[in-house]
Design a protein around this ligand. Sequence first.
Ligand code: NAD
Ligand code: TYD
Length: 355
Amino acid sequence: MILVTGGAGFIGANFVLDWLALSEESLVNLDKLTYAGNRENLAALTDDPRHVFVHGDIGDSALTNRLLAQYQPRAIINFAAESHVDRSIHGPEDFIQTNIVGTFHLLESIRGYWSSLQGEARDGFRFLHVSTDEVYGSLAREEPAFSETHRYEPNSPYSASKAASDHLVRAYHHTYGLPVLTTNCSNNYGPYHFPEKLIPLMIVNALAGKPLPVYGDGQQIRDWLYVKDHCSAIRRVLEAGRPGETYNVGGWNEKPNLDIVRTVCTLLDELRPRADGKPYCEQIAYVTDRPGHDRRYAIDARKIERELGWKPAETFATGIRKTVQWYLDNQAWVGNVQSGAYRDWVEKNYGERQG
Ligand code: NAD
Ligand code: TYD
C-alpha cells in the first residue's frame, strides 16, 4: 500500500479519489484536518476498506513511526502543508511548523523506516514530495518559464517554507541516499478547492452577489493546471521518475488574474445567469494589492514530457468549465466549508483592503 499525507485537502483528496478509482492498491491517508482539510471531500470512500484515514500531524514522529511499521508502505506522497500565501503573510508560524519542521520530522521517520527495509522493498521504495513553482520566485514578462534548474528565490513566507522543505528532501537524498522525488507544480484549480483561493473564491462570491476582489491591477500571471492533471503527473513520477530528480509540472497555460476572473464570470453568465440579467463582471472590485505579490509564474514542463511522457489532458477551456459546473452542482459542500472560521478569515484578509 501507499501512504499519503494531507489527503483531505484540495489536491490530496483529488489524488486519493483518483488513485482508488484507478488502482486496487490500498492507501493510508494521514491528515491533521486543519481548516483546509475536510473529510467530506472523501465521503465517497466511507465504506471503502482500501482507504484508511488517520487523523494526525506529519510532525508527530511517534505516530508516523507507528504507521510506517504497521502498514509498511511501498511509497509515501507528501501533500500535507499550509498552502495559502495570504495566510502566510498574516501568520507565518504554522507554515514554518508544518512545511519545514513537519517535513523534517516526516523525513526522519521515513529514513528510519527505509533503512530497515531490505532487497526489493528497499530498492523500490519512493518518497514523493509535492511542491510548488512559487519556490522559484517571480518572472519578468519576457523571461523564459521556470525549468528545474532555475534558482530558488522564494518571496513569501509560504514559498520560503516550501523551498526549505524541498532543500531538506534534496539533502536526505544526497546525504542518506533516500530515494526521493520532487514535483514543482503551477497553480491548480478544480473540484474541492477551498474558497480562499482565487478561482473558487470568485465563483462563490459571484453567486452570493458579493464583490470579486482583484488584487492590484489584476495583471499578475499564473500558469493554471487542472487538478486531475497534477494528480496524473504525480502518479507518473511515482511510477517512473528517477530518484533524486525534480520534475516541473504545468499546463502551458499562463493567464493574467483578470482574464481568469472574467472567464469565470462569462461561464456563470451562461450557466447560472444573474436574476437581474446583468453580467457577473459588474461585481469585479479592485482592492489593495498583496504585499510582495509575485508578478508572474510560468512552468517549463518539457522535462516531464520528454522523460516520462506526461502531458495534461485538459485545456483551460475544458477544465474551467468543469470546475464552474462542479461548484454549481455542489453548493452544499460550499455551504459546509464556509464555517465561522472561514468568515473570520474573509473579514481578516478583505476587511482591511481598500476598494
Ligand atoms: P490544502 O491547503 O488544500 O490542503 C492541505 C492538507 O494538508 C489539508 O488537508 C490539511 O489538513 C493537511 N495538513 C496541514 N498541515 C498538516 C500537518 N501538519 N500534518 C498532516 N496534515 C496536514 O493544500 P493543497 O492546495 O491541496 O496543496 C497540497 C500540496 O500541494 C501542498 O504541499 C502545496 O504546497 C502543493 N501545491 C499546491 C498547489 C495549488 O495550486 N494548490 C500548487 C502546487 C503545489
Ligand atoms: P491564489 O489562489 O491565492 O494562489 P497563489 O497566490 O498561490 O498564486 O492567488 C492566485 C492569484 O490571484 C494571485 O496572483 C493572487 C490573486 N488573488 C486576487 O487577485 N484576489 C483574491 O481574492 C485572491 C485570493 C487571489
